[in-house]
Design a protein around this ligand. Structure first.
Ligand code: PGA
Length: 243
C-alpha cells in the first residue's frame, strides 16, 4: 500500500490526474474505472486542463463507471451519467461508445447488471480503478453487509448513504433508494486501485479501513489485500496516519 498525504487540494488533484494520465499514456488501450461524488471532481478538472494543453488523448481509452442510481430517467441532472458528462466526458476526446455506465432507468436492472459484467469481461482487466470511500466504508455502492457480491448488482442504499447524497437532491424523498453497482470482483481485479479521500469527516473510516480488521462490514477494508493500492489523502483525511 502506497499512502500519500497532501497539504493542499491542488497538489492532491495534480497527483491524481498524473496517475490517471500516466496510465492512459503508457497503455495503448487503457481501461479506466471511474467514480463520481464530490471526491474526484478536482482530479477531473485537472485532467481537462492537461487535455487542453495537448498532453493526453483518450481516443483509445475505455471507461467503466462504478455505479448509477436506479429509477432516475436518462438525463436527470443528478444521474451519474450526467455528472460524468459535466465533469469530464464533455471536455475530452473519449469516444461515446467507449464509455460504460450502468443504465439505472431500465425496468429490469438484473438484465443490465449482467450486460455490464459482460462488457467488463470483454474489456479484460481494469488498468486503474479510481475509488472514493463512503462514511460507512462503502466503495462504489458496495454497502457494509455480512457478505459482499462479486458481480455487478442492484443494491438497496443504506439510510446513511441516502442522507450523505441528499445534499444533491431537492428533498430526502427524491434520493433514490436503489443503485446498480459494480461488485467487489471487478474492483479487486483492477491492476491498480487509486483510493482518494478528502476531509476530516473521513479520517476515522479510512484509518479503520486501511489499518483495522478486514471485514465485509467495512467494504474498503478489503483493499488492504490488493497488491497495488495507491491512497491519496488530504491532510484532514490523513490525520490519523500522521500521528
Ligand atoms: P463523496 O462520496 O465523494 O461524495 O464523499 C464518496 C462515496 O460515497 O464513495
Amino acid at each position: 500500500m502506497n499512502i500519500h498525504i497532501f497539504d493542499s487540494q491542488e497538489k492532491l488533484n495534480e497527483a491524481g490526474a498524473r496517475i490517471i494520465i500516466g496510465t492512459v499514456q503508457m497503455k495503448q488501450r487503457a481501461v479506466l474505472g471511474l467514480a463520481t461524488g464530490s471526491t474526484p471532481t478536482g482530479i477531473y478538472e485537472e485532467i481537462v486542463r492537461e487535455y487542453n494543453r495537448g498532453l493526453v488523448s483518450f481516443s483509445k481509452t475505455t471507461t467503466f463507471n462504478l455505479d448509477e442510481y436506479v429509477g432516475l430517467p436518462i438525463g436527470h441532472p443528478e444521474s451519474y451519467r450526467v455528472y460524468m458528462q459535466q465533469h469530464l466526458f464533455n471536455f475530452i476526446d473519449l469516444p461515446p461508445d467507449q464509455i460504460h455506465i450502468p443504465n439505472g432507468s431500465l425496468e429490469d436492472t438484473s438484465v443490465e447488471c449482467k450486460r455490464y459484467d459482460e462488457r467488463l469481461a470483454e474489456s479484460g482487466q481494469i488498468d486503474l480503478q479510481l475509488l472514493g470511500i463512503g462514511h460507512n466504508g462503502h466503495i462504489g455502492f458496495n454497502e457494509p453487509n455480512h457478505a459482499l457480491l462479486r458481480e455487478t448488482h442492484t443494491v438497496t442504499l443504506r439510510e446513511e448513504t441516502r442522507q450523505a447524497n441528499a445534499r444533491y437532491f431537492k428533498s430526502m424523498d427524491d434520493v433514490p433508494t436503489q443503485a446498480i453497482t459494480m461488485g467487489m470482483g471487478a474492483i479487486m481485479k483492477a491492476k491498480t486501485i487509486m483510493l482518494v479521500v478528502r476531509g476530516a469527516d473521513k479520517a476515522e473510516i479510512v484509518h479503520k479501513a486501511l489499518t483495522g480488521l478486514i471485514t465485509t462490514e467495512i467494504p474498503a477494508s478489503l483493499l488492504q489485500t490488493h497488491p497495488s493500492l495507491v491512497v491519496l489523502m488530504d491532510a484532514e483525511a490523513g490525520r490519523l496516519f500522521q500521528s
